[in-house]
Design a protein around this ligand. Structure first.
Ligand SMILES: Nc1nc2c(ncn2[C@@H]2O[C@H](COP(=O)(O)OP(=O)(O)OP(=O)(O)O)[C@@H](O)[C@H]2O)c(=O)[nH]1
Length: 352
């Protein structure tokens, strides 16, 4: 049980790691593309520009190699954010813009659009930005060389930011999905009995307490398979498990919707019914007789199985589900010591 859960969490972590590195790769490739693009656009007009391009390319190359060789495996997730910011600062620093504010504007609003509107909204916003820039700067024949530079830089800024934002959002969505499926897996493992697939003791009592707090008739049946140890000893533990599964299956079929069935111990089960004593007794008796009649087949073996049941219906003295359980358990104990294969009705609280 624990293995399945750890395995699932490990998968989620692996997924988060692989997304994280995918984002890093994209950032590094973009840095390289931006450097090459800026170098081509501005042809190294100053020493400062040449040094910047050389530094950016070297850092991108070193990080890329480190990533490919798994050296970055244990670095915190924030590094991808740093590299993203680094890429965009370079984009702005290297651009010989009269107004770098334009690129910064697209960078911020596109990130915001992806963050607040999700992938589809972000992509639509990016497309709208491209359209706006095209409308502003076209036709090219009417533009000056400086305006065309600005046009290319703005398109590059929109393009790079959209790709980075897309991969971040995509990574976040995958991570959220992986974590939520791990959580539902954990929830399942915490509440369901691994062998029979019905509520385990923990879930039975937490749900049972809720139902107990509601008004109306409520009855609790505790039941136990008779001489189960003998079944285990005679046919083996695996066969014992099969008997538990087939008894559970039969109970699930026979019980109506609304009944809460749980495996509360090895071969012990509890049923909570929102019915009065008379109806609960009839249901308990029907279950007992159905199980006794059924020929439990495990492979080619036919195994006779009987159950004993203790029934308690809420009365004025029952303050909690535990009070009801204690009375039902006493009734079960009585029938176990008086022949088994029967239903015993619990004494009212006042008679105990
Ligand atoms: N196969 C199997 N056996 C289990 C499981 N959990 C508990 N048991 C066995 O259930 C048996 C319960 O034995 P007892 O408490 O002596 O009860 P019993 O033999 O049914 O006797 P009575 O209750 O008096 O009828 C033990 O042998 C446990 O090992 C399980 O998940 N699978």
């Amino acid at each position: 049980m624990a293995f399945g859960c750890n395995h699932n969490l490990a998968n989620a972590k692996e997924l988060v790691h692989s997304d994280h590195f995918q984002v890093l790769r994209i950032c590094l490739i973009l840095t390289g593309v931006v450097c090459a693009g800026m170098a081509a656009l501005f042809s190294f007009q100053s020493v400062w520009l040449s040094l910047s391009v050389a530094t950016a390319s070297a850092v991108a190359l070193i990080l890329f190699i480190a990533l490919q060789r798994d050296w970055l495996k244990f670095l915190p997730a924030s590094i991808s954010l740093l590299i993203t910011v680094y890429s965009v600062i370079h984009l702005l620093a290297l651009a010989d813009l009269s107004e770098p504010v334009g690129a910064a504007y697209y960078f911020c609003t596109i990130l915001g659009a992806f963050f607040f509107l999700g992938i589809t909204g972000g992509l639509i916003y990016s497309a709208a930005c491209v359209l706006a820039v095209l409308l502003l700067y076209l036709p090219p024949a009417l533009q000056s060389a400086a305006a065309m530079n600005e046009f290319y830089v703005l398109l590059t800024a929109i393009f790079c930011t959209s790709i980075i934002a897309y991969y971040y959002e995509h990574a976040v969505e995958k991570r959220t999905y992986a974590l939520s499926s791990s959580l539902s897996q954990l929830d399942y493992l915490a509440n369901v009995d691994y062998l029979t697939g019905i509520a385990n003791r923990r879930y039975f009592f937490s749900e049972g307490r809720k139902q107990f707090s509601e008004p109306g008739a409520i009855s609790l049946i505790t039941l136990d398979i008779d001489d189960f140890k003998k079944i285990n000893d005679t046919y083996g533990h695996a066969t014992g498990d099969q008997v538990l599964i087939s008894v559970t299956r039969l109970m699930k079929c026979r019980l109506r919707k609304g009944a809460l069935l749980g495996r509360t111990g090895g071969e012990e089960f509890c049923i909570l019914l929102k019915v009065d004593r008379k109806t609960a007794q009839a249901r308990a008796e029907a279950l007992r007789s159905d199980i006794a009649k059924l020929n439990h087949r495990v492979g080619d073996k036919k195994i006779a199985v009987t159950i004993s049941l203790g029934l308690a219906t809420r009365g004025p003295g029952d303050k909690s589900l535990e009070d009801l359980l204690s009375r039902a358990d006493k009734a079960l104990y009585d029938i176990k010591h008086h022949g088994k294969n029967g239903v015993a009705i619990a004494k009212p609280q006042s008679a105990i």
